[in-house]
Ligand binder design. Structure first.
Ligand code: CTP
Ligand code: MG
Length: 235
């Protein structure tokens, strides 16, 4: 049975600076969202892609996706929400009941290699309830006491060898993720990734190797890097 993918794409992209919503900004002349949906559609494990569009941009996203060929995959567009978590919850509601494996992938990670998509889906199919791709950290990390301005006191330095930077697509058993999102809504729990909800409610999450090209386009420099990666692929 094929997996469904939910693509939160309703963010404004404030850290990228002024302009269109981030998912609609272009990379190599093609919107980030189209790159991300294509990356998922390229996987033979994925049968359906649900895009969570900016709430006022549903029609625009529909016509955008129509105008780019998407390997004959089933693509649906729903309005996203005010937070990433809400967007994902709304996207999950559009996934057909009876689907077993769901992937959640940021539109802001346009260059994820298909091998990562396949590996995450395979790990869920093999029985893991929640799977996240991740990479080791390059920088040493310090925990601080955040200050509005001025120097911040360091509390400690976690052992870098045990830290991972997590990416998407994250993969889940569909009923488990739907239940976690419902419970988060009821209890007012907010986290920054879907696996975080599973953890919060006592579920088991495993990490599989991610890929450096699955980085998130967040700040202007990330777009420069993404353009360079794309140019290298096309060369
Ligand atoms: N996202 C979403 N709905 C929201 C907020 C974010 O679907 N209300 C999506 C974004 O479109 C993005 C992904 O979640 O694909 C990861 O979020 P992030 O990188 O933070 O994107 P933005 O929220 O758009 O950026 P910023 O935080 O800089 O405004
Ligand atoms: Mg954001």
């Amino acid at each position: 049975q094929l997996a469904a993918a939910v693509v939160p794409a309703a963010g404004r992209g404030e850290r990228l600076g002024p302009g269109a919503p981030k998912a609609l900004r272009e990379l190599g002349g093609v919107p980030l969202l189209v790159h991300a949906v294509r990356a998922l559609a390229r996987s033979r494990a994925v049968g359906l892609v649900v895009v969570c569009a900016p709430p006022d941009g549903v029609a625009e996203v529909v016509s955008l996706l129509d105008s780019h060929g998407l390997d004959g995959k089933d693509v649906r567009v729903v309005p996203g929400g005010a937070s990433r978590q809400e967007s994902v919850r709304l996207g999950l509601a559009a996934v057909p009941e009876g689907t077993r494996v769901v992937l959640v992938h940021d539109a802001a990670r346009p260059l994820v290699p298909v091998e990562v998509v396949d590996a995450v889906a395979a790990a869920v199919r093999a029985g893991a309830g929640a799977v996240v791709p991740a990479v080791p950290l390059a920088d040493t990390v310090k925990r601080v006491e955040p200050q509005p301005s001025g120097p911040e006191p360091v509390l400690d330095t976690p052992d870098r060898a045990a830290l991972r930077a997590v990416q998407t697509p994250q993969g889940f058993d569909l009923p488990g993720l739907v239940e976690a999102h419902g419970r988060a809504l009821a209890e007012g729990v907010e986290v920054t990734d879907d696996a975080g909800l599973i953890e919060r409610f006592g579920g088991r999450v495993v990490v599989v190797p991610g890929h450096e090209e699955a980085f998130k386009v967040t700040r202007p420099l990330d777009l420069v890097l993404a353009e360079a990666v794309l140019a290298r692929r096309r060369a």
